[in-house]
Design a binder for this molecule. Structure first.
Ligand SMILES: [Zn+2]
Ligand SMILES: [Zn+2]
Length: 65
């Protein structure tokens, strides 16, 4: 992955763009989404609801993504 080219963490969404255009999950501040809709979708259907806490504890290692 090229740093500086973030992608949307929502499964199935392949939007890639400049980081400032992406929202980060307010809890883990690691998962990035292109829109509120993608964040909500990944939170429920994508399972981020279960992995968010893991991201928080592993926040120092951003290579997990
Ligand atoms: Zn998206
Ligand atoms: Zn999160």
């Amino acid at each position: 992955m090229v740093e500086g080219a973030p992608y949307c963490c929502n499964d199935g969404c392949e939007v890639v763009g400049h980081q400032k255009d992406f929202k980060v999950c307010p809890r883990c501040k690691i998962a990035r989404y292109c829109s509120d809709a993608c964040q909500k979708q990944d939170w429920t259907a994508g399972g981020h609801k279960g992995t968010c806490g893991t991201y928080v504890s592993l926040g120092k290692d951003k290579h997990i993504l």
